[in-house]
Design a protein around this ligand. Structure first.
Ligand SMILES: *Cc1c(COP(=O)(O)O)cnc(C)c1O
Length: 381
């Protein structure tokens, strides 16, 4: 059983890259044709692949990161200095940082318990309160956390009621569906991330999504230094160097071919954890409500206390297994100390009791068994 032994102490990662093998062919094409630049056939091809996958008339602009996509998205929505932007508090800091890049103020909104995402009630309270202060929010950033769609119907109904555009942060939810429709197609603008730990990766990368071809073209123009149509380098606006490289777009082309397999594998991880841990009083899961389909980018459990969460995390760490607390809400982050927030205690509770377990599509049965047996040993069962 030498094969088993070599694996015994190998680190089990939270979410590591999982190549299909075909990525190299597209990357080799880039080298063979010398398209080693932030433009070329892989960039255009990857955009077409994303558009075909998502449907709904989406146009995609491939960029260097999800963060740059959010930044350009806010610019396209006209967010500037002095504006306020409502943002889901329970998220990765990359959702909120671009608000600060624009000199605008984030207004954080807490979560609901059904999906862990933006609470429609708190959202409406926040909008009304900001408007009563004389400032109407310029945009709403809502996030499908860990692949679980937010309450798309309710959030977008409120956004429409007050005529505020939604920037849909779909960085974690490529392959997730709300009522049968792909996440990434609901926002006035949406974004994807292809960072190393996401469900598919280009090592680093992202995309801006829009149903407007004109907006896509404007995103590409701004992401390539806002060059006017002239024979020399002429610029009438401030531009950015945010376009995706043709080399890494090749990785994306190989990855998107296996996206559905990756969703299946991650959902199987989640099902495994549910099958093996759901009976115990100390462990809860966030199930899919009717009409929701999560890609289960990360499988999360809620423990009965902060102390138990830490016991489990440390027991896994001692066995070289990576796990991670849920995102620390932005309204509790030192960097956003001064930002107004509308809270109900839910995101703080999820943060204190929640733990993301190893979730990669490249985990095998032995890895998953090991994780579960360590958790059971902490539970004394
Ligand atoms: C990963 C992530 C981002 C940022 O994407 P990058 O490609 O890493 O810049 C934004 N929002 C959320 C919710 C994310 O998980």
């Amino acid at each position: 059983m030498a094969i088993t032994n070599t694996k015994t102490n190998a680190k089990i990662w939270l979410s590591s890259p999982h190549m299909s093998g075909n990525e190299r062919n597209f990357v080799n094409d880039a080298f063979d044709t010398n398209w080693v630049a932030p433009l070329g056939p892989n960039v255009n091809g990857f955009e077409k692949d994303i558009e075909a996958y998502l449907g709904e008339g989406i146009h995609a602009a491939a960029l260097v990161s999800g963060t740059s996509a959010i930044h350009l998205g806010l610019i396209l929505l006209g967010v500037t200095s002095g504006d306020e932007v409502v943002c889901q508090s329970m998220t990765f800091s990359a959702s909120a940082n671009p608000i600060a890049y624009q000199g605008a103020t984030p207004i954080f909104v807490d979560s609901e318990r059904l999906t862990g995402n933006m609470d429609p009630e708190q959202l409406e309270i926040a909008i009304k309160d900001r408007m009563s202060n004389g400032i109407k929010p310029k945009a709403i950033i809502a996030v499908h956390l860990y692949g679980m769609p937010y309450q798309v119907d309710k959030i977008h109904t409120i956004a429409k009621k007050y005529d505020i555009p939604v920037l849909e942060d779909s960085a974690e939810s490529l392959g997730s569906l709300f009522q049968g429709i792909n996440c990434g197609t609901f926002g006035d603008i949406a974004i994807l991330s292809f960072n190393g730990n996401k469900i598919i990766t280009t090592s680093g990368g992202g995309a801006l999504l829009t149903k407007s071809e004109a907006l896509k073209e404007r995103a590409v123009y701004l992401s390539t230094q806002a060059r006017d149509n002239a024979i020399h380098y002429q610029h009438s606006e401030v531009g950015y160097n945010y376009r995706m490289s043709n080399v890494i777009a090749g990785i994306g082309r190989g990855q998107i071919q296996v996206l559905d397999n990756r969703v299946e594998a991650r959902r199987a991880n989640y099902d495994f954890y549910v099958r093996n841990l759901k009976g115990y009083d100390e462990i809860e899961f966030i199930d899919e409500p009717d009409g929701y389909f999560s890609n289960r980018w990360l499988s999360a459990i809620l423990t009965s206390s902060y102390e138990l969460r830490e016991q489990i995390r440390l027991a896994l760490l001692a066995e070289n297994i990576e796990s991670r607390p849920l995102w620390k809400p932005m309204h509790l982050q030192p960097v956003f100390n001064n930002a107004p927030s509308y809270t109900n205690g839910v995101s703080e509770d999820l943060f204190l009791r929640g733990l993301c377990l190893p979730s990669g599509s490249n985990l095998d049965a032995q890895d998953l068994e090991k994780v579960v047996s360590i958790i059971k040993s902490v539970l004394n069962v």
